[in-house]
Design a protein around this ligand. Structure first.
Ligand code: ADP
Ligand code: ZN
Length: 721
């Protein structure tokens, strides 16, 4: 039989039947091109009995055109795609798309042309060309990518290429990566660490599905331990995927990897250049890439011989994807490991309650590293009650914190101030008429960024310059900043300690790998006295002279009423606290709060992690929240407010009437307007026994909506806005 069924990437026609002409041969998973009307479509050959669709009569079958020169998607990956589509109530082709690189990658190897500065400097340059030359130092990329880097049009760069300022470089797309060496620099593990590493190594050798929860305090050497499992996989010529939150994919981590294995890993993240992406994808699919370190999107790539999966900082919220296919990479990693029959290690100092419960239930093997490496002590954590010890008027740092910082300065040690809020102030208003600056596309205030002199929306990116007068009452010089962002704290530090060398660490200031490396080097060399940062500083850094961490506002994360607010606050503060006292000198942490009685703050202060998790588990059990019950959300949006409301009401009206499923809403979402779309939400709370996905599928299948309405389902939601 040469009839085949294809999964194609057309939202309206996800499944199509074809025949295979005699000169071609395919198997399930093969990537092929097929005719569709006058066009060609890309398709994946799929087992017909697993992909329901209308059967095309024999006489109407058209032949496929071409089989692409890449390995077929293997069965475990195909099963993973099916599983995700089913579990996350997502279209299968949307999930499958995440496995594919660019069309260019599927087309096979070859060469591409990139450009770089030739060194030739003409005597006269237009200002545009001069600016482009400044921006392009050390860069080599395609014209289009260089245009984005330099902020000029492609035409300008083509002109520069024609006059010899830029020179073409032919790049081999499939040039091999340097080999990682399992035994390049084997560390001396402590006895405790060795035991942990041995368990991982045995699991890699066993080549079977074994999920581990590596639960170890910050600085205990979790990375060192799982690196030994990575080494074992390399010895066995298997591939490894290490998933990291995007913000932890730092130069720092890569250097550490290189020090252990003699070469950096193969990287995968959202800002790879097209040629890097293509090269990495092809090396992954061919099995040539040994160790891939990537953000969540690396999870669906077609590894030829996967031998181990690691999810580091597994508690991180950023593993949850909230657009397109709404999946949680931490959970999908475990499922992938199960289909691939390989071990998976979830590593964290502050595991998600869900992960702890899985360990408790015996589904995950819990592996514990209770102590910091080398005898370093965990920091002392103290609470600073802002109601009793308020900062001076117009300031945000309480006197005790300031005094501690002064001591550190005198001793030549470092302090770190943590506030998870970018910009100068989260709200700007007019002193005269009360006007508040709001985003026109979102229900959100505009955040003042003093460094760039702009008001910006952190949801959609809308920006305006800070005006001289109030747009409503036209009074001049009347705008007041309300509340602090990190830039404001940095100003306060400058006023308090004019002589101190401070560094502001946010995605606005450290926006390139070079700037991050510069910061890390300066901090390591003791050239920085005070670090002021957002969550960007909570991850991975190891600064031995850092002995004081000040949490500027511990209550920030507790606002908003999100289901995991307590857990997230606990994790963030425990992680940032974990930056203190990693060297020989002990660390101290001061938490500024107005709610010292809150369970999470009390547990942090008492150093009683178990108490926190117990209280958290109790609260969730009562609320029927995960892991004891299940949540799902249906989000309805449209550019037309009435249309969105109507659609959400129609969904609400068709709600299932089941004993184990409770539907809340529809109600306007907390972010009722986002990127110009009006949003309504329904929240579904179900017992664990309920067939939640089937219920939702059937429920929505009976409804139809106007073109402009988007309905998306979020299983196990993290965001409640
Ligand atoms: P975690 O990931 O648990 O926070 P790391 O793996 O980052 O811990 O280790 C913390 C620090 O201790 C790192 O600088 C690491 O290089 C060092 N370290 C941990 N274990 C060892 C070891 N066995 N030998 C040498 N250095 C180690
Ligand atoms: Zn906005």
């Amino acid at each position: 039989m040469n009839r085949i069924r294809l999964l194609v990437f057309n939202p309206a026609l996800p499944v199509l039947d074809y025949k295979v002409p005699a000169h071609l041969s395919v198997e399930p998973g093969s990537l092929v091109l097929a005719p569709l009307g006058p066009r060609q479509v890309l398709g994946i050959v799929w087992e017909a009995d697993r992909l329901p669709g209308d059967e095309v009569p024999e006489a109407k079958l058209r032949p496929i055109l071409e089989v692409l020169p890449v390995a077929p998607l293997a069965a475990p990956l195909r099963r993973l795609i099916e599983w995700c589509a089913d579990y996350y109530v997502a279209p299968m082709n949307a999930v499958a798309r995440m496995a594919l690189g660019s069309m260019a990658a599927l087309r096979g190897g070859g060469t591409t042309t990139e450009y770089r500065l030739s060194g030739h400097e003409p005597k006269r340059l237009t200002p545009q060309r001069a600016a482009a030359m400044d921006a392009l130092h050390g860069e080599q990329a395609t014209i289009r990518e260089l245009a984005a880097i330099a902020g000029v049009s492609e035409a300008v760069l083509r002109g520069m290429a024609n006059t010899g300022i830029l020179e073409p470089v032919t790049v081999d797309l499939d040039r091999p990566y340097p080999r990682a060496r399992a035994d390049f620099a084997v560390p001396d593990l402590s006895a405790e660490q060795q035991q942990v590493a041995d368990r991982f190594i045995a699991a890699v050798d066993a080549e079977e599905f074994r999920p581990f929860l590596l639960d170890g305090v910050t600085g205990s050497g979790k990375t060192e331990c799982y690196f030994e499992a990575v080494a074992e996989a390399i010895r066995r010529k298997c591939q490894v995927l290490v998933l990291l939150p995007e913000i932890a994919l730092t130069e720092n981590f890569l250097r550490r990897f290189e020090a252990r294995f003699g070469t950096p890993p193969v990287l995968w993240h959202s800002s790879l250049k097209a040629s890097e992406r293509r090269r990495a994808w092809r090396a992954i699919a061919s099995g040539e890439a040994q160790v891939v370190v990537g953000a969540r999107s690396a999870l669906f790539l077609p590894y030829a011989r996967l031998g181990l999966l690691v999810v580091d900082e597994a508690h991180e919220v950023s593993f949850k994807q909230d657009d397109g296919v709404r999946y949680n990479a931490r959970d999908v990693a475990v499922i992938r490991a199960r289909f691939e029959k390989v071990p998976v290690i979830l590593a964290s100092a502050t595991p998600a309650l869900e992960s702890l419960e899985m360990a408790e239930a015996g589904v995950y093997e819990r592996v514990v590293l209770p102590d910091r490496f080398g005898g370093a002590q965990l920091p002392e954590i103290a609470v600073l009650d802002l109601r009793k010890e308020p900062p001076e008027r117009g300031r945000w740092l309480a006197p005790r914190l300031v005094a501690e910082m002064r001591e550190r300065l005198e001793r030549g040690e470092q302090s770190l101030l943590f506030l998870n809020r970018r910009g100068y102030a989260p709200l700007t208003l007019c002193r005269h008429c009360g006007y508040r600056f709001q985003c026109p596309n979102c229900s959100a205030w505009l955040v003042e960024h003093r460094l760039s002199r702009r008001l910006s929306c952190h949801h959609c990116g809308h920006e305006v310059p800070v005006p001289d007068e109030c747009p409503q009452c036209h009074t001049g010089d009347c705008l007041v900043a309300c509340g602090p962002g990190v830039e404001r704290i940095a100003d306060e530090v400058k006023e308090l300690f004019p002589e101190a060398r401070s560094a502001l660490v946010t995605s606005d200031t450290l926006n390139s790998p070079e700037k991050i490396s510069e910061f890390v080097a300066a901090a390591e060399q003791g050239l920085i006295d005070v670090i002021i940062g957002t969550q960007l500083v909570t991850k991975g850094y190891h600064f031995p002279e850092l002995t004081l961490v000040g949490v500027v506002d511990a209550d920030l994360g507790l606002e908003g009423g999100d289901l995991r607010a307590g857990e997230r606050t606990y994790q963030q503060i425990a992680q940032v606290a974990g930056r203190a006292g990693r060297g020989e000198k002990p660390g101290e942490v001061l938490i500024q709060t107005r709610h010292p009685e809150a369970a999470v703050i009390a547990a942090l202060a008492a150093g009683d992690r178990d108490a926190f998790y117990a209280a958290e588990a109790e609260g969730r059990r009562e609320a029927g929240a995960p892991p004891f019950g299940r949540w799902a959300a249906i989000i309805v949006s449209s550019e037309d407010e009435a249309e969105a409301r109507e659609a959400s009401r129609a969904i609400g009206g068709a709600r299932p009437n089941l004993p184990d499923v409770l539907v809340l809403g529809p109600a306007p979402a907390p972010l009722a307007l986002l990127r110009g779309r009006y949003r309504y939400r329904l929240l579904i709370n179900a017992r664990r026994s309920a067939q939640l996905q089937d219920v939702i599928r059937q429920w929505l299948a009976s409804l139809s909506f106007p073109q402009g309405v988007r309905v998306s389902v979020d299983i196990d939601p993290y965001s409640f806005v």
